[in-house]
Design a binder for this molecule. Sequence first.
Ligand SMILES: [Cu+2]
Length: 487
Amino acid sequence: MATVTAAQACGAPNAEPVRPGSRAVREAERARRAPNAPVVSKELLAKPSEVDLGGIRVPTWTFDDRLPGPEIRVRRGDVLRADLRNTVPEGVTIHWHGIALRNDMDGVPAVTQEPVAPGERFRYEFTVPDAGTYFFHSHVGMQLDRGLYAPLIVEDPDEPGRYDDEVVLVLDDWLDGVSAGPEAQLAELRREGMSMGGMGHGGTGGMQGGEGHGGAGGGPLGADTGDVDYPHYLINGRIPSAPFVADARPGQRLRLRLINPGADTAFRVAVGGHRMTVTHTDGFPIEPVETDSVLLGMGERYDVLVTVGDGVFPIVASAEGKRGQAMALIRTGSGTAPPATVRPRELASRTRMAEELRATEPVRLRPGEPDRTHTLKLGMDSSAKYRWTINDRTFDQREPMPIRRGERVRLRFVNTTMMFHPMHLHGHTFQLVGGRGAGARKDTVIVRPLETVEVDFQVDNPGQWLVHCHNTYHGESGMMTVLSCVA
Ligand SMILES: [Cu+2]
């Protein structure tokens, strides 16, 4: 079948796609970089490893033998130089999730680079323009559902610092080395189809129940929240019976940086006995709101402030609509640790969704109408067992969608399926449209069953940019496409 180029799709015969290796990409990087920008160097070794989940040892693939991989911490404006050496038996890339970086460092196979072959090295080097909570992960195949992920924290030198200390909490759904590995799990879904594979019982969901919020019953994400029934859920690589513990002092104000690199699980997070104040989502600040819990789709991040009491408190990340949970502890004084199955009452009340949030004034897009709108119909091919599509096409059949530098582009995600899809855009941070205007700035947005969500962004970063469902099983089964900058 003939490939349709972005230029043809655009209808302008002289419009050429801006390639990752093009001069426009190099010049955009030069414009971002301050003359004496500090360089932060990091070596990353992708390797087969055995990790301890808390009494359960499992073989998997890691960065530097750790789960999560080693945290990288830089300041806004720094240059991050990360030298990847790959010793796992498949090609690996690193995607710097949420960072508006130069296109040739974005780590997307078939779009921005070839996977780094076993035994090979690759140097990622780019300016980090925005502060916030991010993470990095391999973007090859099902590797995100192994251990190839780690937090990336970008500090803001000018931030007023309205907190005493911070805790990075990385959530995950885990099966690698326990039950079937991710490739076998995907093969089973393709063999059995969604209704029989994985969750296998129609996804009874609704454990949190009765919010009347979503389009398909159950909790706010609908009745069917996932395809895979995981044996374990983790916070910072630990199961609830041997949890990660954060030590603090009573009365301290903690900034919790919540990151969901899970492959097929949304997490509802609450701190027992505490309310939280949400301050950021996907790295960018919002007008603070109080809540009992936040809900993170795959690929999303939330920063919340908690003023901790005296004692030992659970941070529970409940697998939304599934059985099971992850747990960590905050310990500020004496007290008995709660059991691994503790269900803080904060989980039961209504959670905050992204569309209720407003960007702070400095990070809002200027009010205005889009120059161009692309509709992305999220679908499932009912004639195939497990085939997820955007505009009726899988990734290998994609028709890149043209965008032009300087344009304001609207993406309209139309979900025609009965599952939610956390849609992630590379290279840009969009703004949610609707509500009271000035929606949150994000790079990943939950699109609930049968729902339409619109987001706007300013095309200010030239290149070829992936947009895809961050459910790894959906993405790998076709639900990815490319926004193609044309010049
Ligand atoms: Cu999806």
